[in-house]
Write a protein of this length. Structure first.
Length: 491
């Protein structure tokens, strides 16, 4: 895939990494046609091979930690102040603690439910990493949840919850309250082959609900299964200036390259208005705090100042009458605890790369760029000022995301809008840390529903705006494919 030019007697790979519109189309024309040079004028060019750049192993800039163990996702940013380090430890305690139903003998530990998916944050984000779909028949969903909605919008422009089951399906409940029911996943194997004839198989999931306690789901219900994402580097993503995201956006595909990344604008509860979304599979949360508070309510059933009402749809009378935890009239998650867990999530560090100088890894990084993957999985960006977090401010980071929504085609579509995100759009997932997922989380399931059983399958599911990049990968020989995967495993 010779998208190269000669500079001072050697081949230099041209990878687009500046913060402007994408160059995927021109780049892939060059890649797939074998032309002499890749046109990346709209995103800018560099005559430095990315694998030769100084500091390329520091994915989180000065915050990066150096660990390859099963605890690699659980360290604080390396340059934190003492105050934030102490807050990190407190937040870590609350993040991993199991909540119990009210009343409890120890004040402040209760409030679980009335309905819920898990009893702790750590149950879904094991060791701060990625959740997984069930792997055995009858296994309960924990690291995978199912969003529900019906056509229409809530008062703030977000999804409208299913009338009897709300916005999220909960399989568990406290004593005296009915759980909403059960859900199971099965898979259909889909055979395919690379251009060189090597076979592969993809699995397409199908979901079935049963034992529904409050009647059948609405006939027009929309469902969206979503695995828990790794929570490393959230504060660094929060620190990327909105102006940078605007510069990256190309909603109308003005340059005609087939890429139309755009921002989601979602309801910001603290500010009482819509602001840019950054977090979640569809960029449907604007801040780390709101992401944390939303998960406490939806996943564990814990109220907070941001979400003071229990998650009880009108049809669920037992849920509504159940006893709440904490002090009477106060949220179950105190402001102190919400701040601590938010700071914990904000300051979790990203681990460094390990084998960036290895020849096959460097080759894979080159091919990753030539295939156009870097147009959405943006290799590097600078953070701005993040109030209260000087350690995360003004850092050169390598998250491999643009935080924008992209149309990924019908095969990955959930058909469920989420604020401005359509049923085929997903936020570009950050790739940092992906190479340590198996070590930390003991599995390799990827994509929003965990259908992919590894990196190659995840790439092969890409469609829509990423079709040319997927096809470029599928057209590679097995040595080059292995090099791309080796690069990704180094992130």
């Amino acid at each position: 895939m010779p998208s190269k030019s000669n500079h001072e007697g050697r081949a230099i790979v041209r990878i687009c990494e500046s913060v402007s519109a994408s160059c995927l189309g021109p780049l892939l024309v060059a890649v797939l046609s074998g032309s002499a040079a890749a046109a990346c004028a709209s995103r800018g060019e560099t005559d430095v091979e990315p694998s030769l750049e100084a500091g390329r192993e520091l994915l989180g800039g000065a915050t990066t930690v150096f660990d390859v163990s099963g605890e690699a996702f659980s360290f604080p940013a390396r340059n934190l102040t003492t105050e934030l380090s102490n807050s990190f430890s407190l937040g870590n305690h609350f993040f991993r603690r199991n909540w119990v139903s009210a009343p409890a003998s120890i004040a402040g530990n209760d409030g679980l439910g009335p309905t819920f998916n898990a009893t702790s944050c750590d149950a879904c984000h094991f060791k701060d990493g990625r959740g997984a779909p069930p792997t055995a028949p009858g296994e309960r969903f924990v690291g995978l949840l199912v969003r529900l909605s019906v056509p229409g919008e809530d008062p703030h422009g977000g999804p409208l919850g299913e009338p009897n089951y709300g916005g999220q399906f909960n399989q568990n409940a406290i004593l005296g309250v009915k759980a909403e029911g059960n859900v199971a996943v099965t898979y259909e194997e889909i055979a395919g082959s690379y251009a060189d004839g090597e076979a592969y198989s993809l699995r397409r999931p199908s979901y079935a609900f049963s034992d529904l306690a409050f009647g059948p789901l609405a006939s027009n219900v929309m469902t969206s299964p979503r695995v828990a994402q790794a929570i490393i580097g959230l504060g660094l993503l929060a620190a990327i200036p909105e102006e940078t995201l605007r510069a990256l956006s190309d909603e109308d595909d003005r340059n005609g390259d087939g890429i139309s990344g755009r921002m989601n604008f979602v309801w910001n509860q603290r500010e009482g208005r819509r602001t840019v979304g950054r977090f979640g599979w569809k960029a449907n949360q604007p801040t780390v705090e709101q992401q944390v508070a939303g998960a406490f309510l939806g996943d564990i059933g814990i109220t907070s100042a941001l979400n003071p009402a229990e998650n009880c749809p009108a049809a669920q009378a037992e849920c509504a009458s159940a006893r709440s935890g904490g002090e009477t009239g106060a949220p179950e998650l105190s402001e102190q605890k919400l701040v601590a867990v938010t700071r914990y999530n904000t300051t979790l560090a990203v681990p460094s790369r390990r084998d960036w100088n290895r020849a096959d890894v460097r080759r894979g990084e080159q091919l990753f760029g030539e295939a156009g993957c870097a147009a959405c999985h943006l290799p590097k960006v600078e953070t701005g000022e993040l109030a209260g977090f000087p350690a995360l401010s003004n850092q050169l980071i390598r998250p491999y995301t643009d935080l924008l929504l992209h149309d990924m085609g019908p095969d990955l579509a959930d058909g469920r809008p989420d604020f401005l995100a359509t049923g085929t759009e997903w936020r570009t997932a950050p790739l940092w840390g992906i190479g340590l997922q198996k070590v930390v989380n003991r599995h390799e399931f990827l994509l929003h529903d965990g259908r992919a059983r590894g990196l190659a399958e995840a790439i092969l599911w890409h469609g829509g705006e990423a079709t040319l990049s997927r096809d470029a990968f599928r057209a590679m020989g097995n040595v080059d494919r292995a090099a791309v995967l080796a690069f990704l495993k180094d992130l």
